[in-house]
Design a protein around this ligand. Structure first.
Ligand SMILES: *Cc1c(COP(=O)(O)O)cnc(C)c1O
Length: 382
């Protein structure tokens, strides 16, 4: 079955008691047994909920995974994945991951005895050099935020198999519509469903999926033990949203491509650099075409100085000035002062994260209006 058919039908069976075509919001904390030892397979709401089961079935199908688990946030999903490890284990992580991932690894899991090495996972030799006798996991994010640099998923899964590591990919930026890490042999895929998967900026959620039964059993155990589960209402919202994921991603991609080309070709005087994997000028454009089916809706633009970035930032009218990404509405973020304030200046400038860099989350409005908005804001820069 192809993507949109799965998105609309997987997990969405008509309700057996009424025939309702939409999965009901099962707002219940517990379930009654018919008699001693006779239940319908449901016992307690943290452990299992039919709306959540529908969402997990749906998202697992979209990631070509056998098993899927929904969480109350993307960080809840990442927490569950890191909880697969034990005291003394070492993890190799992409140096440029989501800030919250850095925080939970360094500030929560390190004090519980896990060890982390932060490396440029797009370079094989860096990964090989980071390997320790007790390395147990490699955790990558591709493309990265906000530099949009890519890691070769096949290279990572081969490296993980040879060294008996669990390989994990945070696939939030691409969504399952454009990239399926498990198809490249990655063991676990995680998502912040808050972003593209839900896409309407009205719910926080996370998801983890795997094809490995041993990992699935542990994730199920952790999900139930820790209890970072989404509410039935949030499950309903996300389940509703995936029905249009393909349409939304196509439009995000189209709009971002139009904007990236326009900025790259027509504003050489005002723009130092445009980062978008869909541009031929992107150093990993060939890898992008190999492991992604589209290039997504995120663009980063280096305007050369903080002064220029601020003028552009304040000059936009349709783009809202906000963190987060992946919603139907366009957003602009200034990473250095917003999402990446904690990264030391020398560190961030090494990988191109300058004071003049802004990140666009291109929404699904009409691109003509977005380009007009951008042109007007660029006029603010003399
Ligand atoms: C937002 C985000 C997360 C965290 O997800 P929450 O739903 O905010 O907890 C993790 N990874 C990436 C790439 C993100 O963008």
């Amino acid at each position: 079955m192809k993507f949109s058919t799965k998105a609309i039908h997987a997990g969405n069976n008509p309700d057996p008691s009424t025939g309702a075509v939409n999965v009901p919001i099962y707002a219940t904390s517990t379930y009654a047994d018919e008699a001693y030892g006779v239940s319908k397979g449901y016992d307690y709401g943290r452990t299992i909920n039919p709306t959540r089961v529908a969402l997990e079935t749906n998202l697992a199908a979209l990631e070509n995974a056998k098993y899927g688990f929904a969480f109350s946030s993307g960080m809840g999903a990442t927490h569950a994945v890191a909880s697969l490890l034990q005291k003394g284990d070492h993890v190799i992580v992409s140096q440029n991951v989501y800030g919250g991932t850095y925080r939970i690894f360094e500030r929560i899991f390190r004090k519980m005895g896990l060890d982390f090495s932060w490396v440029d996972t797009s370079i094989k030799i860096e990964i090989e050099n980071a390997l320790k006798p007790h390395t147990k996991m490699i955790f990558v994010e591709t493309p990265t935020n906000p530099m949009l640099s890519l890691t070769d998923l096949l290279m990572i899964s081969d490296f993980a198999k040879i060294n008996k590591l669990i390989s994990v990919c945070d696939n939030t930026f691409m969504s399952p519509y454009f990239q399926n890490p498990l198809d490249f042999g990655i063991d676990v895929v995680v998502h912040s469903t808050t972003k593209y998967i839900n896409g309407h900026s009205d719910a926080i959620g996370g998801f983890a999926a795997t094809g490995r039964e041993d990992i699935a059993e542990q994730l199920k155990f952790i999900q139930n033990s820790v209890g970072a589960v989404p509410s039935p209402f949030d499950c309903y919202l996300v389940l509703r949203a995936t029905k249009t994921l393909a349409l939304r991603m196509e439009r995000h991609n189209l709009n971002a491509m139009k904007i990236a080309v326009e900025l790259h070709e027509n504003y050489k005087d005002k723009i130092k650099k445009v980062y978008y994997p869909g541009l031929k000028s992107h150093p990993q454009h060939e890898l992008a075409k190999k492991q992604m089916r589209g290039f997504g809706g995120m663009i980063s633009v280096d305007l050369g100085s903080l002064n220029n970035a601020v003028k552009f930032f304040n000059g936009l009218k349709i783009f809202s000035r906000a963190e987060s990404l992946g919603g139907v509405e366009s957003l602009i973020c200034h990473p250095v002062s917003m999402t990446h304030g904690a990264v030391p200046k020398e560190e961030r400038e090494k990988f191109g994260l300058t004071d003049g860099l802004v990140r666009l989350s291109v929404g699904i409005e009409d691109y003509e209006d977005l380009i007009e908005d951008i042109k007007n804001a660029l006029d603010e820069i003399k």
